[in-house]
Design a protein around this ligand. Structure first.
Ligand SMILES: [Zn+2]
Length: 269
């Protein structure tokens, strides 16, 4: 019924109870979650757990992992995409993008991996899953240079104008736990007002907890957990449903159709 379009199920945070996380997702009606990868060292292991569980995945180098990434990893990515070309569970190149919020990252190195991975997405006929943080305009510039077939701008938090530019390029925008916070005015306004074809749902597990899982730094230091997981998606979707005046069933159907449109290979998963 539900599709979580962004879930780092392969993350170390799930090492102790990965199977239970999958079972809770399925019990909550989250039939699919898409697992984007972040570095070459993870691709084969993540493919293996996704194939065993029948869950879709994406292959890529995340901007926060560009400091340790090697030029050679792009050749490996090309080979891995070729190897997986017949695997219906491979749905995109991702997670790729640019992060101009986190300090200490080399912008040129990020741009290099971003653009080269856009080219690989084109070569392999795959959409992309984008990490957007203070980087929407630069990401859009890359998409205008290298014409990928679209995809998802995940955890979108830009302006309406930037949102419309992504939509014009064949992208949907990912909304999740952030919109459950009353103070997230810009994200909530976008979620409420964008055309319904624009929106896909995501948890970004184990990150971006919804407000009911949020813990302050002090609480976390005291051992309280704020880990997000895909089973939270229907409740997160309830926030969107309330803002749009949709039923939960409508919300599931609309966001599912959008996910299938921007990631067409999902239909065969
Ligand atoms: Zn991510």
């Amino acid at each position: 019924m539900w599709i979580d379009t962004h879930c780092h199920w392969d993350a170390p945070e799930f090492a102790d109870d990965r199977d239970a996380v999958l079972r809770r997702a399925q019990a909550a009606g989250v039939e699919r979650f898409i697992v984007p990868t972040v570095q070459a060292a993870d691709w084969t292991a993540t493919q293996a757990i996704c194939r065993a569980a029948g869950q879709p995945y994406a292959l890529g180098i995340h901007p926060l992992f560009t400091p340790q990434a090697l030029d050679e990893d792009l050749r490996l990515l090309d080979a891995q995409l070729t190897e997986a070309s017949g695997d219906p569970l491979l749905v995109a190149v991702g997670e790729i993008g640019l992060d101009f919020f986190v300090a200490g990252l080399d912008p040129e190195r990020q741009q290099f991996f971003y653009v080269e991975q856009l080219k690989l997405a084109c070569k392999h006929g795959l959409p992309v899953i984008l990490h957007v943080r203070r980087s929407a305009d630069q990401l859009l510039a890359g998409l205008r240079r290298v014409a990928v077939s679209g995809g998802i701008a995940h955890a979108f938090n830009g302006s309406r104008q930037q949102a419309d530019a992504f939509l014009d390029l064949g992208f949907a925008l990912g909304f999740g736990g952030a919109m459950t916070f009353e103070r997230a005015l810009q994200i909530r306004r976008l979620a409420a007002e964008l055309p319904e074809t624009a929106i896909v749902l995501e948890t970004d597990s184990p990150d971006i907890p919804p407000h009911w899982l949020y813990r302050t730094a002090e609480q976390r230091a005291a051992g309280e957990r704020s880990r997000n997981e895909p089973a939270e998606l229907p409740r997160i979707a309830g926030t969107l449903a309330a803002m749009r005046g949709w039923s939960l069933a409508q919300t599931a159907a609309i966001t599912r159709a959008n996910a299938l449109r921007v990631l067409p290979r999902l239909a065969a998963c």
